[in-house]
Ligand binder design. Structure first.
Ligand code: PBG
Length: 305
């Protein structure tokens, strides 16, 4: 009765990995309980997610083939576009959020178009907007650019509006840090950069004032929801963003955070279920409205729905 912070199933978003092919249900070795799923299995999983009362999924694509330009990312027949159509057809009330980024689709694993061995910010904007439009055309409710190119929220908003998708919202990864917590995700998506790192386009972990500047830019460009990522080591950033802006704030409890808990629990060193719930509530306490987490299904069960 006197608890100040509540975690509810309504706050949760569950990430899903759509893999090209058939009959695929491949557990990610570093993420127990998380699978690469071909579309028919993805639909089954989405039905379960909806039955648990989780309102939304965040969809990532693992294409059959990667290339230097990441063409599958903006093909109407791409893996994510195909998966979105199947999800909206089978579970229409489940909110579908799509990751808009190139690192899952490029053979070099960077989040954009390369020129002279570096990511070309402005050349990437155009293809990001094209990619978002294909997601919207497939039925995505919300697009979520996760690359951190400067100006991409504005470019995507313009691209969507020009094609008649004014009602598709943008959840921007506004303050995304180039840290070490994404390792297991990169196993899941085969998206580790083949050279260098993401520090030329994503944030330096010690910076928080810069995070507020990044969020302000995305808000000005038309973001509908702003995200801080990762969550656990950045609870102060979540709080600062919450206090400074009135938009909904999302936080991404990323792969490394999930895997650490699973690994600790497997070794018998911590009570994994208890710690997972404690982490999720701490993210809410820091000020996040939405929590994107691989533990969403477990949490929904623990919350008793
Ligand atoms: C794509 C993207 C990544 C994540 C979300 N979108 C990977 C990355 O930036 O390397 C990471 C999510 C996670 O670690 O759970 N850019």
């Amino acid at each position: 009765m006197v608890r100040e912070t509540k975690l509810s199933v309504d706050d949760l978003v569950y990430p899903l990995f759509a893999a090209a092919g058939k009959g695929i249900r491949r557990e990610v070795p570093s993420m127990p309980g998380v699978f690469n799923l071909s579309v028919e299995n993805l639909v089954k999983e989405a039905r379960e997610v909806a039955r648990l009362g989780i309102p939304a999924v965040l969809l990532f694509g693992i294409p059959a083939k990667k290339d230097p330009l990441g063409k599958d990312a903006y093909s109407d027949r791409g893996i994510v576009q195909t998966a979105v159509r199947a999800l909206k057809d089978a579970v229409p009330d489940l909110v579908v959020i799509t990751d808009v980024c190139f690192c899952e689709y490029t053979d070099h694993g960077h989040c954009g178009i390369l020129k002279g061995g570096e990511v070309d910010n402005d050349a990437t904007l155009e293809v990001l907007a094209r990619s978002a439009v294909t997601h919207a055309r497939a039925g995505a409710d919300i697009v979520a650019p996760s690359d951190m190119m400067d100006g991409r929220v504005g470019a995507i908003r313009k691209g969507l509006d020009a094609e008649g998708f004014q009602k598709v919202s943008i959840l921007s990864y506004a303050a995304k840090y180039a840290g070490g917590f994404y390792g297991p995700f990169r196993d899941a998506a085969g998206s580790a950069p083949s050279f260098g790192d993401r520090r030329s386009y994503q944030m330096d972990p010690p910076n928080v004032r810069e995070a507020l500047r990044e969020v302000a830019l995305d808000v000005a460009e038309g973001a509908d929801i702003v995200m801080v990522k990762p969550a656990l080591s950045y609870l102060d950033v979540i709080r600062r963003v919450r206090d400074a802006f009135d938009l909904p704030v999302a936080a991404y409890n990323v792969s490394g955070e999930y895997s650490m808990v699973k690994a600790g629990a497997k070794l018998g060193w911590i009570d994994g279920d208890r710690v997972m719930m404690e982490i999720l509530v701490s993210i809410r306490r820091a000020g996040a409205d939405l929590v994107i987490t691989y533990a969403a299904k477990e949490a929904a069960k623990a919350l008793g729905r």
